[in-house]
Design a protein around this ligand. Structure first.
Ligand code: EPZ
Length: 422
């Protein structure tokens, strides 16, 4: 297994390009299952989760042509298999995103239950309940969701008890295939969900209320969609936020290109509250050093609130803020796996339920630490940037799932970071 060795104490400088958003690309890849003609996806991030998803689509019978590391053409000549097997789904739980499209277009599918992961149980009950409301007959058999809609899905009123990102995406795609009108209440408003709505609209599906938490969709009744032949994935706001935190924690000036600053509102205002100055134009953002790191309080929330996917990174930053910072994790029940690893580096953090108190302003020391999930891993890299000496970060396959060319990008910014084999 690979590990990263990071030497702390270096200031960053210069600029990097941000990749396309993994969490926007995944629903768009699933959407291609509804396409009449071929579709080419551009600005795909070259990360493991995307490769895994293409493997699944190939298993379902799709033709996948890699034009280059960021551009792929998908053809759906005929789907000969509507079963998403456990061996793929367990590697990438977002495979659940094929459930809505397969059921909507092919009226039958079997999708392995994704199971939990390091950050929580991650149930999919809301996905299933909504599809049943649209006329699907669903039962669980041998760890698989077995779903059937003999007469096709029909429009319904769906009121999500909780805001769910992939749940919203699954039901948007199912509704696009349903007969009649579907009204979805309490829809997620993440930029990745909005891009999916915009592409559906560009495919001829009538959607009212895009950008709000309530939309009305008039489905095609099972007819395949005329997707745009070229789709450009939006920039990754979480990758951008992670590198902004790298600039912040090392108190450096760096610039990120190919970003959409309007997706970073909560992250920018929290960094400004800590003391940093940031400037931005249409597709780039620069962070500048500060004279003092102020402690802060934050609670994670659904978009446009502070993203849970940035919680671990800000905890690493909080170790440098003099005084007590408080972070509350409201979306997942076990998303503090990075705390014990940061404590190994000397961080003073105490946990009470979903609340973490970080007593910052002390030096961190390099250590051997272990990545546990995608965003926790990036928090360890950030801590290693300022720790005294060297830090070895193990199990970095978590990082490779969602961060493209991480070592190259950090090296370009002046970090001493190498990937080695255990
Ligand atoms: C998406 O996961 C993201 N993944 C996650 O990013 C992100 O952390 C999460 O949204 C929250 O923003 C992708 O988009 C591929 P949810 P998702 O359904 O859709 C509960 C990363 O780092 N819930 O919005 O799986 C659930 O347990 C990943 O890239 C139910 O109870 O998250 C959680 O507490 C990590 N029943 C809350 O809702 C359901 O049926 C939010 O989950 C569905 C969800």
């Amino acid at each position: 297994m690979d590990f990263l060795c990071v030497e702390g104490g270096k200031r960053l400088q210069g600029s990097i390009n941000i990749s396309g958003a993994k969490n926007a690309a995944l629903p768009l890849i699933a959407l291609s299952l509804l396409s009449k003609e071929q579709v080419t996806l551009h600005n795909l991030p070259n990360v493991v989760d995307i490769k895994t998803f293409f493997l699944l689509l190939k298993m379902l019978g799709c033709e996948v042509e890699f034009l280059d590391t960021h551009t792929t053409t998908l053809r759906i000549p005929k789907i000969h298999n509507t079963k998403a097997t456990y061996d793929i789904v367990r590697k990438m739980r977002a495979s659940i995103l094929v459930l809505g499209p397969l059921l909507g277009r092919f009226r039958y599918c079997e999708v392995s239950l994704p199971g939990g992961c390091a950050i929580g149980a991650r149930p999919v009950d809301l996905h299933i309940k909504a599809l049943e409301k649209m006329g699907a007959k669903i039962h669980i058999q041998g760890g698989y969701i077995v779903a059937e809609a003999k007469e096709g899905l029909k429009g319904a009123v769906i009121n999500f008890d909780k805001i769910t990102v992939t749940g919203s995406e699954n039901i948007l795609m199912a509704a696009a295939m349903a007969k009649g009108k579907t009204k979805i209440i309490n829809l997620a408003k993440e930029p990745e969900v909005i891009q999916l709505c915009e592409v559906l609209k560009a495919s001829g599906i009538e959607i009212k209320g895009i950008g709000s938490d309530e939309v009305e969709i008039y489905g095609s009744g099972g007819e395949a969609l005329e997707l745009p032949s070229n789709i450009y994935v939006i920039p990754d706001r979480i990758e951008a936020g992670t590198y902004l935190c790298a600039g912040a924690i090392t108190n450096s000036q760096i610039t990120l290109h190919q970003v959409n600053p309007s997706h970073l509102g909560a992250i920018i205002s929290k960094l400004e509250e800590i003391g940093f100055k940031l400037t931005f134009n249409q597709d780039s953002i620069t962070i500048y050093p500060t004279s003092k790191f102020y402690p802060f309080e934050v609670s994670t929330a659904e978009y446009p609130g502070f993203p849970t996917d940035m919680q671990a990174q800000f905890m690493a930053l909080a170790t440098q803020c003099e005084g007590a910072s408080i972070i509350q994790e409201r979306l997942f029940e076990n998303r503090f796996m990075h705390v014990s690893e940061l404590q190994r580096m000397g961080a003073s953090i105490s946990l009470h339920g979903n609340m973490a108190t970080i007593n910052g302003g002390h030096e961190l020391l390099g250590a051997d630490v272990m990545a546990t999930d995608l965003r926790a891993s990036s928090a360890l890299v950030l801590a290693a940037l300022v720790a005294k000496g060297k830090t070895n970060i193990h199990r970095i396959y978590h990082l490779d799932r969602g961060y493209e060319k991480l070592e190259e990008k950090f090296s370009k910014l002046g970090t001493k970071i190498i990937r080695d084999k255990e």
